[in-house]
Design a protein around this ligand. Structure first.
Ligand code: CU
Length: 160
């Protein structure tokens, strides 16, 4: 009798477990726009995020960088409103690989180069022209591809 009881419990456990697994598989199914992404860090890249407007009128967004990505890598900001990009190395980023973030668009009010650290740093500017502006890391080992070529690049989109 006890043995039968155990078997029943095992079967019940098995079914509830497989239910959890299938529910998780469904949840983990990548979104269509992420599927099309062919860069190295497909799980992280291809992410469009609009900076959130603070009650103080400053748009803020946090960006992580690492091997070899920016997360998010497509940032949407509003024109003529102050922006704070809070940048730092991702938790998984190597201590030994240097990274930076560069945006060279002086015509749009954005012109900066910042070395990424584990601690957050804030870049402040106000974009003055709508459009798409590239951001990238220009680090490159002596041999091999640059970080940019490996996927460490993204876009800042300035909208009305
Ligand atoms: Cu880099």
């Amino acid at each position: 009798m006890k043995k039968l009881h155990c078997a029943c419990a095992a079967v019940a456990l098995f079914f509830s477990f497989s239910f959890v697994v299938s529910a998780q598989t469904l949840k983990m199914d990548p979104k269509p726009d992420q599927k099309q992404d062919t860069r190295d860090r497909s799980a992280l890249s291809g992410k469009r995020v609009q900076a959130s407007m603070g009650t103080d009128g400053v748009q803020r967004i946090e960006i992580l960088g690492g091997e070899y990505y920016f997360d998010p890598d497509h940032i949407i900001i509003k024109i003529n409103k102050p922006v704070e990009l809070i940048v730092r190395k991702g938790k998984d980023a190597s201590k030994f690989i240097p990274h930076n973030m560069i945006v060279k668009a002086p015509e749009a009010g954005m012109d900066f180069t910042i070395d990424l650290k584990k601690e957050p740093q804030t870049i402040r500017f106000t974009a003055t022209k709508t459009g798409l502006y590239p951001m990238y890391c220009d680090k490159k080992p002596l041999l091999g591809k640059s970080h940019k070529e490996k996927g460490m690049h993204g876009m800042i989109e300035v909208v009305e």
